[in-house]
Design a protein around this ligand. Structure first.
Ligand SMILES: Nc1ncnc2c1ncn2[C@@H]1O[C@H](COP(=O)(O)OP(=O)(O)OP(=O)(O)O)[C@@H](O)[C@H]1O
Ligand SMILES: [Mg+2]
Length: 521
């Protein structure tokens, strides 16, 4: 603490000790400011430092709030610790507002005689001088705020003002940096939230098409099960959407901010499967040069999707059972038992009951997995979903191809005659091929026929007969209308002609000129 309160002329040694104290304080201020970008806390510390060094008391930092255009008090070193949140200054208002507006420092020798002084904070000593300086962020332009304080004496006021300006410059740099970091943090958060929304939308219910009763049941089950941590077993033929449902469960669950990690159990031999799922310690086996976390650890707090669970060996079934029962495991080559909080979703197209009966699959593991089974219906069990699915998948292909595509009703009706052993994946592949074959982006029944579907045409059991089509539909072009009538008439031309109010000769002529391939039933 340096005594500066004498009123006589300033001696050389007093000046030297002031400079020394200022230098020391500047050094410590710069240390405080470089320590953290928590603006309010660092500003509080700086003001405390100015006071404890005996140089300036009642330090105050106010910064411009861009939304309101007013200065708000961000830090105040006041022994009474009064609330300051409500204290604001408009540019030009009071001494602080004037400094802000003019961008110049103000030194007041005697505060009690200063008419512009508003005393909104009620902390200042009217007998002492007062210095306020602008806080600058860049070289020019409006200041970002004001730093003010009271020196302990009227001596060397210009020097003390210069010192406060130096501190304000340091504060300005910190404000600039912390604003930049804050801005970047907000941008990163906004980007993260946007990506999360996109991923959720991509894996939410909107991306799963189906309005038939069997699919509505699946949606209800997914909604119910998503809320809880229970293990889910998704059953169903290949291509029925098992992975899609696993995603929907995760992204509609309270774990949706955690990771969704998946593994195809059929893709790796036992030893690799173990280190892949449980991780390994450094040197656990040849090639294990580093310690590595397994998928169970990476899925901690999230969901692990074990696809093709029916394919794992007996030895691995035992290992999996333990982690499902206890939530515990050791890394390969490790002694420490790790505990994780992971929700497991498994999927298989195998008949697990049969595998249990034949001794290929452990019964205890089967019961552990089968807590909440969801059965995905085959596409041939929900033929009525084909129109919506086809349009959805064509839009998906259009997105990939970057051009508009349209599928005609006649093509959709043809798709409804197939029994789809490869389910939705087969339908998607068929439409992708059709899109490639379509030069103008129109997918009609002829293009579908060229994909090879026609030869495989074999209406499955339970497949509906073609739905009656409104032949007067104004949106239908003539070719579509003739095809619809032919389909409705079981491809008997005379009957189709009657439906359209034409003679058999007229319909035969139309079939020829419209280049319609007539199906032989
Ligand atoms: N209901 C649906 N709505 C929209 N797209 C679907 C639907 N079901 C499946 N798909 C699409 O079909 C393809 C196959 O789905 P998915 O991979 O989920 O099937 P799977 O049952 O896991 O098949 P596999 O047993 O062969 O692994 C994916 O491209 C998926 O997006
Ligand atoms: Mg799959």
């Amino acid at each position: 603490m340096i005594g500066l309160t004498g009123n006589g002329p300033v001696t050389g040694s007093e000046r030297d000790s002031l400079i020394e104290a200022e230098l020391e304080t500047l050094y410590r201020v710069s240390q405080v400011l470089s320590r953290s970008l928590q603006l309010r806390e660092t500003l509080d510390e700086v003001l405390k430092l100015l006071d404890s060094c005996g140089l300036l008391s009642c330090g105050m930092v106010s910064l411009l709030d861009h939304d309101s255009g007013e200065l708000t008090v961000c830090a105040l070193h006041d022994k009474c610790a009064r609330p300051t949140e409500t204290v604001r200054y408009r540019p030009g208002e009071g001494i602080i507002g004037i400094i802000m507006e003019r961008g110049e420092s103000i030194v007041v020798e005697n505060l009690s005689e200063e008419t512009r002084f508003l005393d909104r904070l009620g902390v200042y000593n009217p007998e002492l001088p007062f210095i306020g300086v602008p806080i600058r962020i860049g070289e020019r332009g409006q200041p970002a705020g004001v730093l003010a304080a009271q020196p302990p004496s009227r001596e060397q006021l210009p020097e003390q003002a210069r010192f406060l300006e130096m501190v304000a410059n340091l504060i300005g740099q910190t404000v600039r940096l912390s604003r930049k970091v804050e801005h970047e943090r907000q941008e990163i958060e906004a980007e993260r939230d946007k990506l999360r929304r996109e991923v959720r939308a991509e894996h939410g219910f909107d991306s799963i098409v189906g309005h038939t009763a069997v699919m509505r049941r699946v949606f209800t089950q997914v909604r119910q099960v998503a809320k809880w941590n229970t293990t889910v077993l998704i059953r169903g033929e290949s291509g029925t959407g098992k992975e899609l449902i696993a995603n929907a469960i995760h992204y509609n669950s309270p774990r949706s901010n955690g990771s969704f990690i998946k593994l195809n159990c059929a893709s790796l031999p036992d030893t690799l499967l173990e280190s892949d799922l449980f991780g390994h310690e450094k040197g656990a086996f040849t090639g294990a040069v580093n310690q590595r976390k397994g998928r169970f650890e990476r899925a901690d707090g999230g969901t692990l999707f074990l696809d093709e669970i029916g394919e794992i060996s007996a030895a691995f079934q035992a290992k999996l059972l333990r982690v499902l029962q206890e939530g515990e495991f050791e890394r390969v080559g490790g002694l420490r038992t790790l505990k994780v909080d992971v929700r497991v979703i498994a999927a298989t197209n195998r008949n697990l009951e049969e595998a249990v009966e034949q001794g290929d699959f452990r019964e205890d593991l089967y019961y552990r997995l089968n807590v909440m089974p969801i059965r995905m219906p085959a596409l041939r069990e929900r033929i009525e979903d084909i129109p919506d699915l086809a349009r959805f998948l064509v839009a998906k292909v259009a997105g990939r191809q970057g051009r508009p595509l349209n599928i005609q009703d006649s093509a959709i009706r043809l798709l409804m005659h197939h029994d789809w052993p490869g389910n939705v994946r087969e339908l998607e592949n068929c439409l992708e091929r059709a899109a490639i074959l379509s030069e103008d982006g129109e997918i009609n029944r002829d293009i579908i026929s060229i994909t090879g579907l026609d030869e495989k045409l074999q209406p499955a059991e339970g497949v509906l007969p073609p739905q009656p089509v409104d032949l007067q539909d104004p949106n239908m072009d003539e070719r579509e209308r003739v095809i619809a009538a032919l389909e409705q008439a079981g491809w008997v031309q005379a009957r189709a002609a009657r439906l359209l109010g034409m003679t058999p000769r007229q319909i035969a002529y139309r079939i020829q000129t419209l280049d319609i391939q007539v199906r032989q039933i």
